[in-house]
Design a protein around this ligand. Structure first.
Ligand code: FEC
Length: 314
């Protein structure tokens, strides 16, 4: 008899349509509705990216489907079937809905993974906490993958993207070694550093390994997309970094947002619109690497870590 293992694939989530932006934002703010101007600012950002369509939803759907196919490839030669369920942090189907659906389908054992390679108690840790609580309530035995930021296939996929864009700079007349590569990730409140959170260190490790593999020394790490709250967030922010680089006469910059795996607001707006418009003002050429989305190497990264967790007895 085939043994079915549930896989809870967790991702940030995005509104279903313009009407649900307020509910989404309220959920991110832990139940506090945004002020009208905050809501307008966010709605405007969504409208700016693709006229009100939410690419993260389709990308997550595609990733979950592709992961299920990758996990169940014939050549694996096991009698286990992996069944993927989606669980979103801030939108329907929520993390709890995914766990509940697994229980309804009779799944007894499951593995949880987040579509974000680096662990922080405030990001991946909070997804895991919610899933674990619901799994305990529903009687599903679950284990979790906390990070996979140095997996060789992830590094390969990201390195290939960095190399390809450095080629594009060369074709456009730049000298490869003069292009400043900026590795970036979503900022978090600065207090995570005192908490001993591994997030900044894991991001630096991913950056260092890619830089060494691609053979670049002209790089640095910077933060992006800091939240709109009063407390201090990790910096420097990419917009300040661009200004600083301009003062150092840097003309060509390649952004590699290694903390993200999908095309979504934080990439398509914060980098492609906001950062690019600053770059234009300061006469800087700015490119960014393509997002992973459903790249087979990314799907294999996820599949490898899930299968090895299962082989260890989940
Ligand atoms: O395309 C989309 O619709 C969703 C884009 C999106 C992604 C994303 C990823 C991360 N976030 C992380 C942390 C925080 C913290 C806060 C926060 C707030 C927002 C807001 C929007 C938003 N985030 Fe996000 N994030 C995305 C979108 N994020 C919209 C609210 C308006 C704003 O502040 O810009 C602050 C609120 C809080 O305290 O909870 C913290 C982290 C990631 C990357 C890891 C992951 O994907 O989970 C960390 C995509």
């Amino acid at each position: 008899m085939t043994n079915t293992i549930g896989v809870l694939v967790m991702s940030y989530g995005t509104p279903e349509n313009m009407e649900s932006v307020e509910a989404y934002y309220t959920h991110i703010r832990r139940g506090r509705p945004p002020e009208p101007e905050q809501l307008k600012e966010l709605t405007d950002r969504y409208e700016a990216i693709v006229g009100g369509v939410f690419p993260l939803r389709e990308n997550t759907d595609n990733q979950v489907k592709a992961l299920q196919e990758t996990l169940n490839r014939d050549e694996r030669g096991t009698d286990v079937e992996f069944r993927c369920y989606q669980g979103l942090k801030h939108a329907y189907p929520f993390i709890e809905d995914g766990v509940e659906q697994m229980a309804k389908d009779g799944i007894q054992t499951a593995i949880g993974i987040v579509l974000a390679p680096h662990f922080s108690t405030m990001s991946v840790g909070s997804y895991i906490k919610r899933a674990r609580e619901k799994a305990e309530e529903m009687g599903v035995h679950m284990s979790f993958i906390e990070s996979y930021h140095l997996h060789p296939k992830l590094i390969q996929a990201l390195s290939t993207r960095v190399s390809a864009k450095l080629d594009a700079f060369e074709e456009a007349g730049a000298k490869r070694g003069d292009v400043k590569v900026l590795f970036s990730a979503h900022s978090l409140p600065a207090r995570i550093v005192e908490m001993g959170d591994p997030y900044p260190q894991q991001l630096l490790e991913t950056s260092e390994v890619i830089a060494s593999r691609v053979g670049i020394t002209n790089w640095q790490f910077t933060w992006q997309s800091a939240g709109r709250t009063a407390e201090p967030w990790l910096g420097p922010d990419i917009l300040d970094t661009l200004q600083e680089l301009s003062r150092e006469q840097v003309e060509d910059v390649l952004v590699a947002p290694i903390g993200f795996v999908s095309d979504h607001l934080e990439v398509l707006y914060d980098l492609d619109i906001e950062a690019k418009s600053i770059a234009k003002e300061i006469d800087m050429r700015l490119m960014r690497i393509d997002s992973l989305n459903s790249d087979p190497l990314y799907m294999e990264t996820l599949s490898d870590v899930i299968i090895s967790r299962w082989q260890q007895g989940s």
